[in-house]
Design a protein around this ligand. Structure first.
Ligand SMILES: Cc1ncc(COP(=O)(O)O)c(C=O)c1O
Length: 325
């Protein structure tokens, strides 16, 4: 049993759910939500902060600033509180209230963007605001999760080797794409290791990350209105796009079995089931999907039936296919 002195020192790296029991699916779900920040973003946050400290870019006078739809903001709030830094999180109206309260409870300042940029969406508007802050006061340090190589390196050093060790016969890995830090860290690791693992990116319908027209998306974490600078598609073997209605159905199905996961977990599982049905129909293979966080932060959205029916229509929760076609 670990004994820790600072919150960032604990992360459960070796927990998987066998989804045969819940969805009758040959898929292992790697759970990344069990740490004090509640999500996989603790890894990127820790790596970026440690790097900025090592390089002397982060000092007592610095004001850390970051654009986040929530989870990175919570992780940075936690580390900033633990190490005595000031942190400003720039988010938008899709960030749920509890997530904002979590950040504020740990001493962060939260700035919420209410109007999307007509071309680059909420993300573009958030980044514009971060740039304005940095231009207005040189104490601001933008870690820039979208372009900072520490984001993917965190997963190259921890997430991917942990999966490789636990599943030596891994065939397929499904990774959701937000900043693509998790995706690029895992994809680069398995390409460099020379193991024949197929790495499949899972994105939301309406995200422009892998091309395709932008459209509104309401589930935070996955997808992007701007192509992520970290993405190098030459490392990615395949891509699936999942509509948010499929995300919701999977998340609710898991919750009905007592596994309350976040929305992006529903997206990744839905994408994985669709891909496995299409490419490995009937053939056995070892497949892992990564779950970025748990469901408590989404009780007022994803798990609220009025919110779901207002946005997706009253049929959204009726039985239907749980995977994307
Ligand atoms: C809930 C959730 N899902 C998925 C992701 C995607 O991770 P990444 O930014 O590494 O692509 C994130 C990261 O913010 C997240 O918070």
């Amino acid at each position: 049993m670990p004994v820790i002195s600072v919150p960032e020192d604990f992360h459960m790296e070796d927990l998987y759910v066998d989804l045969r029991s819940v969805l009758d699916a040959p898929l292992y779900l790697k759970c990344e939500g069990f740490n004090f920040a509640g999500s996989i973003k603790l890894k990127a946050a820790s790596e970026m902060i440690a790097d900025a400290e090592r390089q002397g870019r982060l000092t007592r006078d610095s004001i850390i600033v970051e654009s986040s739809s929530g989870n990175l903001g919570v992780a940075l709030s936690m580390i900033a509180a633990s190490r005595g830094y000031t942190f400003v999180c720039v988010t938008d109206t899709r960030c749920n209230l509890n997530t904002r309260r979590l950040m504020e409870a740990m001493g962060a300042q939260v700035h919420t963007i209410t109007e999307p940029d007509p071309e680059t969406g909420f993300l573009g508007a958030r980044l514009d605001y971060v740039r304005q802050l940095c231009a207005s006061d040189s104490r601001h340090l933008w870690l820039n999760q979208y372009a900072n190589p520490c984001n993917w390196q965190a997963h190259y050093r921890s997430t991917a080797p942990a999966i490789a060790e636990r599943f030596p016969d891994l065939d397929v890995l499904f990774v959701g794409a937000g900043t693509t830090g998790t995706l690029m860290g895992c994809a680069r690791y398995f390409k460099d290791s020379g193991r024949p693992v197929t790495v499949v990116a899972v994105d939301s319908v309406g995200s422009v990350t892998f091309g395709g027209p932008p459209s509104p998306r309401m589930i935070p974490g996955l997808g992007s209105g701007v192509r992520p600078p970290l993405l190098d598609v030459s490392f990615v073997d395949d891509v699936v796009h999942v509509p948010e209605t499929a995300t919701i159905r999977v998340a609710h199905q898991l919750a009905a079995a007592g596994f309350l996961f976040g929305g992006s977990t529903g997206t990744v599982i839905s994408g994985a089931l669709g891909w496995l049905a299409e490419h490995r129909d009937g053939k056995s293979c070892t497949a892992v999907a990564i779950s970025p966080d748990l469901g408590e932060r989404y009780l007022d959205s994803l798990y609220q039936s009025n919110w779901v029916s207002d946005i997706y229509g009253s049929q959204a929760l009726e039985a239907g296919p749980v995977w994307a076609h």
